[in-house]
Design a protein around this ligand. Structure first.
Ligand code: 5AD
Ligand code: SF4
Length: 446
């Protein structure tokens, strides 16, 4: 049977990137192969994100371009999945008539069936039902040849209902995968040459697994640490209120666990944190950071910060700046508050003007740039363990990898180094990456 071509565009977070990998794995079993040229595709899927207004706007502009393609190639099938698809459902097809398929966050596993139906009947299909159990959780993605690093979903959904966030409405309640299923998947990845796994979930600390002792995530990390062939373990994302002592201890007990944690703080004012329904205070957060740095002094800590939440005063904002000065994150993702339909915060008055949000974002970002650059510069002269992932984006003569603390390092080297862990001396530091050289010992070995 002749293979058909699939092009997937992914917008949004790592969860979406991994969902797209699952979609590709599923569709490969139905006779599709991946293409990089959208013009050659028989099926185009846009995996959408709705977390902020900007992400939703991107989907519109993307679909505008696809309308033209469909006029040239009427048999082309265009589908949208992900959070925006979940949110808009059938309204999506009313707004964008060239769409053939809208599938929700719990329906990835149905894709082959839905596509076959469209091919046969040529009528638009909408599937956004929530299921008791998310069947796509268990879809495993085969490691492609030469792939060094892989994502593994351990849980999905969220029960936290932060007042600004659409995720609990669009991804549903938390559901964890059985421990054995995750261990088996990681063993297969290791057999295919994967050296690093990133465990994914909206709130990995709520992973409930099968142990039932309240430390399920820490237990899972211990188990991951025993899998032969896996050299590095990472995870994302953690909610500060659920960061247990057992998990903090893993940073000293599980050798393969990399010294990096993404711990979204969102704001520095207790008043705003309360309105956000984050369920921790700044004292709790500082305490968690202290514990992490006591157990693992060189841990890199990254975070998410929202500016301009409704009612955020100059004083509240100053508390965010003070908190950043105190903690000195390695890096952050920072956002202007974006009102999302159906969230508790959308009902709040006293909105902060766009102009003030812009100014505050600018201040947060320039402060963070100073911190990131200074932290990166402090690494000059250090010897770092790098897992080499690919040829560098900047030069064909360089390879790129990451420190255990998740900083990108470029250095002169050939592609025979990909998948190897090497020692590199850091020689230069920039905002987004480091530069280094192989230690003399390593040069003689390669
Ligand atoms: N407005 C701005 N930022 C948001 N985030 C989530 N919802 C919103 C929103 N409505 C940010 C948070 C979260 C990250 C993934 O996206 O900082 O941690
Ligand atoms: Fe959204 Fe809060 Fe859940 Fe994170 S923890 S996904 S910010 S509701």
């Amino acid at each position: 049977m002749e293979k058909k071509s699939l092009f997937i565009r992914t917008l949004g977070c790592q969860m979406n990137v991994h969902d797209s990998e699952k979609i590709m794995a599923l569709m490969e079993t139905s006779g599709y192969e991946s293409v990089d040229d959208i013009g050659k595709a028989d099926l185009i899927i846009i995996n959408t994100c709705s977390i902020r207004e900007k992400a939703a706007q991107k989907v519109y502009s993307e679909l505008g371009r696809l309308k033209k393609l469909k006029t040239i190639k009427p048999e082309l099938i265009i589908g949208v999945g992900g959070c925006l698809a979940q949110q808009w459902g059938a309204k999506f097809i009313e707004k964008v008539p060239c769409l053939d398929l809208v599938f929700g966050t719990h329906n990835i596993h149905l894709l082959p069936e839905l596509i076959a139906k469209i091919q046969k009947e040529r009528i638009p299909v909408v599937h956004t039902e929530f299921h008791e159990s998310v069947n796509s959780l268990g879809i495993s993605v085969r490691a492609k040849n030469g792939k060094v690093s892989a994502y593994v979903t351990i849980m999905q959904g969220c029960n936290n209902f932060c007042s600004y966030c659409v995720v609990p409405n669009l991804r549903g309640r938390e559901e964890s995968r059985p421990l054995k299923e995750i261990v088996d998947e990681v063993k297969v990845l290791a057999d295919h040459g994967v050296k690093e796994v990133t465990l994914l979930g909206q709130n990995v600390n709520s992973y409930s697994g099968t142990t039932g002792n309240g430390h399920a995530f820490a237990d899972l990390l211990q188990k991951m640490g025993e899998i032969e062939g896996i050299e590095r373990i990472r995870f994302t994302t953690s909610h500060p209120k659920d960061l247990s002592d057992a998990l903090v201890s893993c940073f000293s007990e599980v050798d393969k666990l990399c010294e990096h944690i993404h711990l979204p703080v969102q704001a520095g004012s207790d008043r705003i944190l309360k309105m956000m329904n984050r369920r921790y205070t700044m004292t709790d957060y500082f305490d968690r950071v202290d514990k992490l740095r006591t157990v693992c002094p060189h841990i890199s800590i990254t975070s998410d910060i929202i500016v301009g939440f409704p009612g955020e005063t100059e004083r509240d904002f100053q508390a965010t700046i003070d908190m950043m000065e105190k903690i000195r994150f390695d890096n952050i993702f920072s956002f202007k508050y974006s009102e999302r339909e159906g969230t508790a915060a959308a009902k709040l008055g006293d909105k902060v003007s766009l102009c003030v949000k812009r100014d505050r974002l600018q201040l947060v970002q320039s402060l963070q740039e100073r911190h990131t650059l200074s932290k990166n510069r402090n690494l000059i002269g250090n010897m770092e363990e790098i897992l080499v992932e690919s040829i560098s984006k900047n030069s064909r003569e360089d390879v790129a990898g990451r420190t255990r603390t998740n900083k990108i390092v470029n250095f002169r080297g050939y592609n025979n180094l990909i998948g190897k862990t090497v020692s590199i001396v850091i020689t230069d530091a920039y905002l987004h990456s480091l530069r280094g050289v192989l230690t003399e010992e390593e040069v003689t070995q390669c």
